[in-house]
Design a protein around this ligand. Structure first.
Ligand code: ZN
Ligand code: ZN
Ligand code: FE
Length: 760
């Protein structure tokens, strides 16, 4: 008997080939009716045999195309109307895309076509289909339509138009499709900007093979590339980029090509091969790529995402036909580092590349398809509880994070470093791509640009603005200006409250919970510098239950960049300040620092956990001055892993009645440690045990059984894994940042969540 169903599918189901997927399913199952986009997602009216209808519902969820994300399928039985064909219908009110998708790496079908010499897209650098390719980075505005993307200037040729119109084709309504006849063109320019004759891919590869540095246009910005196995090329790139020690990411054709240099387990391989194509941190093997990640135990690696990246590797493999070579180890490994000279935003424009990368690049591999939205590479790391973000951008932006509650739209502007912004719309939170450190005018301008671009593509009008409590952050000043201009309430949120709120938000927790925030420095409600905080968080309210016993910051901000100063502060705090001038005799300021600590002048106190790591690194002689933020802590973690398991120091800490955790006994033990690796391992083990004891005591007192871990120090996997172990064994539920970074890259989400819970 013929039955009929009316079905609504919501989620990310527009611009991902969902309608043709439904069309093919219906045809295969011999069903009649129609499918169309509507404001809420996709609407389907279908009729046929009951078991075929059931099969359709089952396969809708089970076989949806990769970029789609189904949040909900609702089906109801309705009277059959006697349709005899299945069609893709026009949308009720024209085209009403509700969201722009995220960028993804090339799909398997496109990859096969790319390397099929008989196909019309053999070696076509802009190959894409409904299931893959750029979305967010080339969209100017809603609706998601070719005319609103950077493909607008490229008219479809007849062959491409036929594919675009044909529901049976995988390029049906794929907005950015093109072919060698009608699409953008690749070009290779020499260092002087002169266009070079010959094949652009082979030109670029020749320069890379010869040890040169090539600027390559990617999805969300330019990369600077060089041969990762050529130590001279890597050193030269560091010299030209003025980036002496920060780690570089390395791109390989496949997991097999990385095998000699990094440990890639099954989870890491899944992460690397995901359609989002993030950079994944992998444990290094003994065999080092010289100069790639000096002193660290991790190697950041990624697999190709764009056809251009694939074509370079294909060229290096000798242009084989077919895809068999994709599974074989390839010799070419490329450094792929963001082209963002001076820590400013990523270069996205061709003319800008020639100007800003002059003196750095020996050549430019570029094209005339514009990058609309700047979007850095995302960086993930594995931990015992699954993958976690270090940086969230390409591949994940603008995918929303579902919130437990709905409310008026909020715009949250983040903090100061590694900044992001966040818009909420209903019960969805849209965290922007990584913006960067707001320490230069161009990045601050990019912050402003990001706010406007996101607002544009989300079609949302905020009603409340949230920012950090710190009065001097450029993000706070922008928040104040916008709140004034738009005449809406401004909600300043304490930095560590926001860190914990971000974790609560992504886990949908609305009941009170404990929060352990281990961080660099954030502005406290008492005006001092916080950063090692035990909080009770209840929606928009929080209570500071305790904090790390403070250390002084001799020289203020300088102390954050110079771990030896924090080591001096530790010596002073332990009553051994008179050793400072002699221990740090090589530092011209050693005597001055001792005086600062004694007098307290220009040496404010901080409860920062990040500075505690610096102090430990300084005491163990790892590093006097950090080359980049977080370096001392990363080196300390790296060193600790080489020592193997070390027991926590008995009596390494003291818990005081006023909620302070005092780690001076641990610091004292490091002052006379002869083996830095053992000291580093003991520091981690003792800190984890101390934090666990501190948290458990508070959990009992407050009668809470859930703790959220937030703040940049939780990028430290050794500490995180150890602490989680202690807490879960003791029966606490541990919540961690998984959908946004634990550090300041996730703070805008927490600010938005607090503002959502604030009565305005
Ligand atoms: Zn594809
Ligand atoms: Zn074409
Ligand atoms: Fe922070």
């Amino acid at each position: 008997m013929i039955q009929a169903r009316h079905i609504r599918v919501s989620g990310l189901v527009q611009g991902v080939g969902f309608r043709p997927f439904v069309w093919r399913l219906a045809k295969e199952l011999d069903l009649a009716g129609w499918v169309r986009n509507d404001a809420a997602g996709v609407e389907i009216a279908v009729e046929g045999e009951a078991d075929q209808l059931d099969a359709l519902l089952r396969r809708l969820e089970g076989e949806a195309p990769a970029p789609a994300r189904i949040d909900r399928v609702q089906a109801e039985t309705v009277p059959a109307v006697g349709s005899c064909d299945f069609v893709i219908a026009e949308s009720g009110a024209g085209k009403m895309a509700t969201a722009i998708g995220h960028d993804t790496g090339l799909c398997g079908d496109c990859l096969r076509e790319l390397f099929d010499p008989a196909g019309r897209r053999w070696r076509h650098a802009f190959i894409t289909c409904t299931h893959c390719g750029p979305r967010y980075t080339l969209s100017r505005r809603l609706p998601y339509d070719r005319a609103n993307t950077s493909l607008a200037d490229f008219a479809l040729c007849l062959d491409c138009a036929n594919e675009y119109e044909n529901p049976a084709d995988r390029r049906f309504h794929a907005e950015p499709i093109c072919c060698p006849q009608c699409g953008p063109q690749l070009q290779y320019l020499a260092a002087d900007g002169e266009a070079q004759a010959g094949d652009p891919i082979s030109n670029a590869l020749a320069v890379l093979r010869a040890g040169g540095i090539v600027a390559i246009k990617g999805l969300g910005g330019f990369h600077l590339a060089c041969d990762a196995r050529n130590a001279d090329a890597v050193a030269e790139l560091r010299r030209r980029k003025n980036r002496e020690e920060k780690p570089f990411a390395v791109m390989a054709a496949n997991v097999a090509s990385l095998a000699g240099y990094a440990v890639v387990d099954a989870e890491a391989a899944t992460c690397l091969s995901a359609t989002e194509r993030p950079i994944v941190l992998l444990p290094k093997r003994k065999l080092e790529l010289p100069g790639i990640a000096p002193g660290l135990q991790w190697l950041g690696a990624l697999l190709p995402a764009t056809p251009i990246q694939w074509l370079l590797l294909h060229e290096a493999a000798g242009r084989p036909a077919g895809t068999a070579w994709l599974d074989e180890p390839q010799d070419l490994l490329l450094v792929m580092t963001s082209a963002n000279p001076g820590g400013e935003p990523l270069v996205i424009d061709n003319a800008e590349a020639l100007q800003r990368l002059a003196g750095i690049a020996d050549g430019y591999l570029l094209h005339d398809r514009a990058i609309v939205a700047r979007c850095d590479d995302s960086v993930l790391r594995q931990s015992a509880s699954g993958p976690a973000f270090i940086r969230r951008a390409r591949g994940y932006t603008p995918t929303p994070i579902k919130l437990a509650t709905s409310g008026p739209s909020v715009l949250a502007l983040g903090a100061g470093l590694k900044n992001t912004v966040c818009f909420t719309r209903g019960d969805e939170a849209f965290v922007s791509a990584h913006i960067g450190d707001l320490d230069n005018a161009t990045t601050v301008a990019f912050l402003d640009e990001t706010v406007h671009h996101l607002q544009h593509i989300l079609q949302v009008k905020p009603r409340v603005i949230a920012c950090d409590l710190h009065p001097d952050f450029p993000s706070t000043r922008l928040a104040q200006a916008l709140a004034e201009e738009w005449q809406m309430p401004l909600v300043p949120v304490q930095h560590h409250h926001a860190h914990i709120a971000a974790v609560a938000a992504e886990h949908g927790v609305v009941t009170p919970l404990l929060g352990l925030a281990l961080d660099g420095i954030g502005h406290g409600s008492d005006g001092t510098a916080w950063g090692g905080e035990l909080l009770r968080v209840d929606g928009a309210q929080y209570q500071r239950l305790g904090h790390l016993a403070p250390l002084q910051l001799p020289g203020g901000d300088r102390a954050a960049r110079e771990p030896w100063r924090m080591a001096a502060a530790a010596l002073h705090a332990c009553g051994r300040g008179e050793e400072i001038p002699q221990r740090f005799a090589h530092q011209a300021a050693a005597a001055t620092v001792e005086k600062m600590l004694v007098s307290g002048f220009n040496a404010p106190a901080t409860s920062s956990a990040g500075r505690l790591f610096d102090a430990a690194a300084g005491l163990l002689g790892l590093r006097d001055v950090a080359a980049y933020e977080g370096q001392a802590a990363m080196l300390l973690e790296g060193l600790a892993t080489t020592a193997g398991p070390v027991a926590p120091l008995a009596d390494g800490w003291k818990l005081s009645n006023d909620g302070q955790l005092d780690l001076r006994p641990l610091l004292l033990s490091l002052m006379d440690e002869k083996e830095p690796a053992v000291g580093a391992a003991r520091f981690h083990a003792t800190l984890a045990a101390a934090l666990a004891a501190w948290t458990l005591a508070a959990a009992r007192r407050e009668d809470l059984d859930t703790v959220a871990l937030g703040g940049g120090c939780f990028l430290n996997q050794l500490l995180l894994d150890d602490l989680r172990q202690h807490l879960t064994v003791a029966g606490l539920t541990v919540l961690e940042a998984a959908r946004v970074p634990p550090g300041d890259g996730g703070i805008s989400l927490g600010q938005a969540w607090v503002a959502l819970h604030t009565e305005c």
